[in-house]
Write a protein that binds this ligand. Structure first.
Ligand code: GUN
Ligand code: ZN
Length: 443
């Protein structure tokens, strides 16, 4: 069947500005009774229902979401799909955690049928959590990328993903070579980058597992085709940082290792960035690269506190998105990430306003990925990736949101108490792909 024309009616939120740079109350757009008209997979009308009802083509079904909040779908800027089976692995910090749990788990993705099964389960979970776009690490195996894009293309989700590059300091069965990794990546790029809604990210895991030759070739890959992404890890853990210092004694900083290889620029997404200096924030600002704030992961692995408000400082704002970082993260829900992001801000003496929080999870994430002209807000012409949030999803939410008097208050309670149960429905390019109360409805 072709793309459906449909009308959604309900309370809606979106953004007209960046709430870290503008007054959050002004940046947040709130429509009490909105129409979202979807035609050809895009939003063709958005605004007050009564003013726009005449634009609804005759015979178009109208889905009414009473007591719910319509929003752009969530954007997850850093997540590892192959690590879903090892979420909640006990007891280690980053480097030991990688050795003990992560590498053995990722080795299983040599098997394409395993990769396909996990990719399918992962995407299903993302949609259940209201997340419609993610920047995703696969494993070193090209078949893990193939499986992921195949499943994403089937759902028509806009995904950014790539093959992990890793040619040293990893087990035999998880290493590629500098040239082999380059060739495999280029073949995947030509197969998937820009095919439908799929986008490719050159993905050196982190500086410790790539030789300088591999990092340089990753930089060269980025120059081979237009619009490619780059994703890697940066300054997550103090033992990791010390290791990088020893491996790259001639570089000024961890970030400089990547910059030297030509990996830092627009559409580069650096995960974690917990322990970075002012100089690094300046480099990110000037190069247009983004940082992925992964609060549940940073708390789970004891990595440290991301300095969100320093990163977005108006004098040299850095693009920041929100990452669940599964399997080091502990929730696939961006509401869960916001819950912890609020507490991390508190621990650093700062207050994350609910408008800022929901911006990070939607429009800010889209801007970090340079996709804000297509996703992340509700506006005419945007791709119709949506989620529907239910403030009464649980008895506690129902009781607590009863007394919320403002939209800000309601959003705050949702982000503190909500999770996948609070996602009533998810739409991808205008098609219903998740309906909490009708599990058979699938895209
Ligand atoms: N650093 C290098 N690889 C990883 C990974 O898989 N997860 C996290 N959290 N950090 C990393
Ligand atoms: Zn990660």
């Amino acid at each position: 069947s072709g793309p459906t024309t449909r009308a959604l009616r309900g309370r809606a939120i979106t953004f007209r500005a960046d709430p870290f740079l503008d007054d959050p109350a002004h940046a947040l757009v709130h429509e009490d009774d909105a129409l979202i008209l979807v035609e050809g997979g895009r939003i063709s009308q958005f605004g007050p229902f009564e003013a726009l009802r005449h634009t609804i083509p005759e015979g178009t079904p109208i889905t009414r979401y009473a007591d719910s909040i319509l929003s752009a779908g969530f954007v997850d800027t850093h997540v590892h799909y192959p690590q879903l089976p090892m979420i909640a692995a006990y007891g280690e910090q980053l480097l030991e955690w990688l050795e003990r749990y992560t590498f053995p788990t990722e080795a299983k993705f040599a098997d394409p049928s395993h990769a396909r099964a996990v990719a399918r389960r992962f995407l299903r979970e993302l949609l259940r959590a209201g997340t419609t776009t993610a920047a995703v690490y696969c494993t070193v195996h090209p078949q893990s990328v193939e499986a992921f894009f195949d499943e994403s293309a089937r759902l028509n989700t806009r995904m950014v993903a790539g093959k992990v590059l890793m040619d040293r300091n990893a087990p035999d069965n998880l290493r590629d070579t500098a040239q082999g990794g380059y060739d495999e990546s280029l073949a995947l790029i030509d197969r998937w980058h820009g095919r439908g809604r799929q986008l490719y990210a050159v993905t050196p895991r982190f500086a410790a597992t790539s030789t300088e030759e591999q990092l340089d070739l990753a930089g060269s890959l980025l120059r081979q085709r237009d619009g490619l992404f780059m994703q890697t890890h940066l300054a997550e853990n103090t033992a990791e940082i010390e290791w990088i210092r020893q491996l790259f004694p001639n570089r000024r900083s961890y970030l400089d290792v990547y910059a030297h290889a030509g990996l830092v620029g627009p559409r580069s997404v650096l995960g974690h960035a917990v322990h970075v200096a002012e100089d690094d924030f300046c480099t990110c600002h000037h190069t247009g690269s983004a940082l992925a704030h992964c609060p549940t992961s940073n708390l789970f692995l004891g990595s440290g506190s991301f300095r969100l408000f320093d990163a977005v400082d108006a004098r040299r704002p850095v693009r920041v998105g929100l990452g669940t970082d599964i399997g080091a993260g502990t929730s696939l829900s961006q509401l869960g990430s916001l819950n912890e992001a609020y507490k991390v801000a508190q621990a650093t003496g700062r207050r994350l306003h609910p408008a800022q929080a929901f911006w990070l999870a939607t429009a800010g994430g889209a801007r970090s990925l340079y996709l804000d002209d297509r996703i992340g807000t509700l506006a005419v012409g945007m791709e119709a990736d949506l989620c529907v949030l239910d403030p009464k999803a649980t008895p506690l939410l129902a009781q607590r949101t009863e007394t919320c008097e403002t939209i800000e208050d309601l959003l705050f309670v949702l982000m503190m108490l909500g999770d996948d149960r609070a996602v009533r429905a998810t739409y991808v390019a205008g098609e219903l792909v998740h309906d909490r109360d009708d599990p058979k409805a699938r895209g």
